[in-house]
Design a protein around this ligand. Structure first.
Ligand code: APR
Ligand code: ZN
Ligand code: ZN
Length: 367
């Protein structure tokens, strides 16, 4: 099959012919219908994040089950439509048992091996050479083999591109609001970054009634979309002083909750400065390996601010993703507005050029 292969960071990935072997015990073969153009893949292309190479890119996908491996639970059958999760789940470790499978101990195994949760790969180069999975998925490809725990059934009425983005950007952004923010109704909330993740936080914040809902970006078109999705105030960080504006909007108080969906030191510092005494900064955006941001100690202590990290929206993905599909079907999350350009898989290079050039909405690749 054809797949987008990253051989070394800094060099553009290439569409190549690769081999995909049959699903093993408890695994599924899925034909990909849609894959989201997420910023996280770009971090691997540039080398900001590292993983075993060469690998097939893509971790935000959905498709149709074509084959069920031996010994699978039977919960998912051939012909089912599924969205793919990029964190493994063993079901037995402390994190899994306590309902926080995003921190499952298999996560480290999968990441270090560049394989599926058992540490092995179903991918190989056409010449038989080693080829790794990215985050147990690798959906910039015609097909994937995944562990059955990585597949969540998609109900009728949820299109493939909505299913794909829901399994990463949407659950991350919406989940950060649902799981890290308390009693938001009628209180200010700040979102920094209006990409796929940040705009999902905006939708989640609008749904729980945060007000005023303030959104920061450097791109006017993205801020327009943020307003369409429920932002009451937008700030273009190129033109305005973010901290000054947020304090002005909140009558000098600051915001009880700020969600940073960019992953930069400067915007994390701005976000923390905007947080009211007793308030919380929720860090959602990933930075480069080893990235840091300075925290003014006395601001933290004397104003009792909190900083929390949130991976995968601090959600329990197999439990929360069906709820997101339900909210979409009920018209409470306008996820269609988040979908940007649709391009064939062959145009993945163009898709990432558009992402870095500031394309509005989530790009979708269709194999
Ligand atoms: N100030 C404000 N906004 C900024 C700034 C800045 N200094 N720099 C970038 N942005 C905005 C961009 O204009 C863009 O709209 O941040 C947004 C980032 O969105 P995307 O590139 O679409 O990224 P997304 O997929 O939403 O992911 C956000 O979370 O885990 C991650 O790796 C991912 O770092 C990425 C972040
Ligand atoms: Zn993603
Ligand atoms: Zn586990």
């Amino acid at each position: 099959m054809r797949a987008v292969v990253l051989r070394s960071p800094g060099e553009p990935p290439q569409l190549e012919d690769v081999e995909l072997s049959a699903p093993r015990t408890g695994e599924l073969l899925v034909r990909i219908e849609a894959a989201g153009v997420c910023h996280s893949d770009y971090h691997y292309m540039t080398g900001d994040l590292t993983a075993p190479l060469p690998l097939v890119l893509g971790h935000e996908g959905a498709g149709i089950v074509e084959e069920v491996g031996p010994g699978a639970s039977g919960c998912i059958r051939v012909g089912d439509r599924v969205a793919l999760l990029w964190r493994p789940r063993c079901g037995r470790c402390d994190a899994c048992i306590s309902g926080n499978p995003v921190l499952c101990e298999l996560g480290a195994v999968q990441a270090a091996a560049g394989g599926l949760p058992d540490g092995t790969s179903r991918l190989s180069m056409a010449d038989g050479g080693e080829l790794h999975h990215l985050m147990g998925v690798s959906c910039f490809a015609e097909r994937v083999v995944v562990n059955e725990n990585a597949a969540v059934p998609v109900p009728d009425g949820v299109p493939p591109e909505i299913a794909a983005i829901s399994a990463c950007a949407v659950i991350t952004g919406v989940g950060a609001v649902f799981h890290e923010v308390r009693e938001a109704a009628g209180r200010p909330l700040l979102v920094l970054g209006a990409g796929g993740v940040g705009l999902s936080s905006v939708m989640g914040a609008a749904l729980v009634g945060a007000h005023p809902l303030i959104v920061v970006d450097v791109d006017e078109a993205k801020l327009d979309l943020a307003r369409e999705l429920g932002a009451t105030h937008t700030i273009n960080a190129r033109d305005d002083d973010v901290v000054e504006r947020v304090l002005a909007i909140t009558g000098g108080a600051g915001v009880p909750w700020a969600i940073e969906a960019i992953g930069r030191s400067q915007t994390l510092q701005q976000a923390l400065a905007c947080v009211a005494p007793g308030g919380t900064l929720v860090a959602v955006g990933l930075g480069a390996t080893g990235a840091e941001f300075p925290v003014p100690l006395n601001q933290l202590v004397q104003r009792q601010k909190r900083v929390v990290g949130s991976l995968y929206g601090s959600s329990n993905p197999p439990l929360d993703l069906p709820r997101i599909f339900g909210l979409y079907l009920a018209g409470k999350l306008p996820l269609d507005k988040l979908v940007g350009d649709r391009l064939p898989l062959t145009e993945f290079g163009e898709a990432y050029e558009r992402l870095t050039a500031g394309a509005v909405g989530r790009g979708i690749l269709v194999p």
